[in-house]
Design a protein around this ligand. Structure first.
Ligand code: ATP
Ligand code: MG
Length: 266
């Protein structure tokens, strides 16, 4: 069933966690592809100079005509820089190493935290969902993501140290909500790379449930090798091996998110 008629303001969600390698990009790519399979029109914004979300969507970051950096410094419009991911069936605002210069270039600019928000407001309305893959830092780039978004999804591994950084991240979201973007909310915590056989993971998972309650998504993404293999084929895992446990989990997660957005004041 297509949701395209009656499309209103898109849901703009950052996938963020300042910890490295926790599954942000894997979540951004697979959630984009899974939402597309649920007939949602999706834009995936790669806000990380590593360009992993770009490559994992099957787009060569080395041969881009334009990239997100051009958009942030007003050298290209969103629609000029956007490319279509055949492998994922969604649009991508791609990134590469050039974006690493943005941190320095943006500092002297007016509304430096709002560049992304200003740049995408022009044509964001054609999408149901805009997902922003953030870099592993609470940097000016991530602030641009938070200023443009109305929600944050935090993927996390259920490990002891995962909880440590979480309060910094939640406090940053609160500060941005107060000072820069009153629309920003924590949408939820997503447990990823989960292995229920590991007692500590189960314990941390229970702690998350107890502390964050309904902010913890009930879908859990398992550790699944097919999800890890997919990027080297330039494909989202949900399309690379539809029958895999990882693919099914991300499809369920997309459905849970759609339901949550419908019922909650997101
Ligand atoms: P960075 O902070 O560098 O941007 P990240 O948070 O975006 O990293 P990913 O790149 O998504 O993290 O994942 C880190 C590694 O873990 C990758 O090699 C990825 O393929 C693998 N990975 C992510 N999720 C899963 C999973 N559910 N099962 C197995 N491997 C996974
Ligand atoms: Mg990443």
């Amino acid at each position: 069933m297509s949701q395209t008629s009656g499309r209103q303001t898109p849901k703009i969600f950052c996938i963020a966690n300042q910890k490295g390698g926790v599954g942000k990009t894997t979540t951004a790519i697979n959630l984009s592809a899974a939402l597309a399979q649920h007939n949602q029109k999706v834009l995936l914004i790669d806000l990380d100079p590593q360009g992993n979300a770009t490559m994992g969507s099957g787009i060569d970051k080395a041969t881009l005509q334009h990239n997100i950096y051009d958009v942030l410094i007003s050298q290209a419009t969103l629609s000029e820089a956007t490319v279509y991911s055949e492998a994922g069936q969604y649009d991508v605002l791609p990134s590469n190493r050039e974006l690493s210069g943005a941190e320095i270039d943006l500092v002297g600019m007016k509304d430096r935290e709002k560049r992304l928000s200003l740049a995408i407001s022009e044509s964001q309305r054609q999408y149901d969902y805009v997902l922003i893959d953030c870099p592993p830092a609470l940097s000016l780039l991530t602030l641009n993501g938070f200023s443009a978004a109305n929600g944050v999804i935090i993927p996390m591994q259920c490990e002891y140290f995962a909880l440590e950084g979480l309060s910094d991240l939640v406090n940053t979201i609160k500060r941005v909500h107060r000072n820069l973007n009153p629309k920003l909310n924590l949408i939820g915590l997503l447990r990823v790379m989960f292995d229920s056989r590991v007692t500590l993971q189960q314990q941390v998972s229970d702690q998350l449930d107890a502390h964050f309650k309904e902010k913890v998504f009930s879908t859990i993404i398992p550790r699944n090798v097919r999800l890890a293999e997919a990027p080297s084929h330039g494909m989202p895992g949900v399309n690379y091996d539809k029958a895999s446990r990882g693919a099914k989990a991300y499809l369920n997660f997309a459905q849970e998110l759609i339901d949550r957005v419908k019922t909650a004041s997101v």
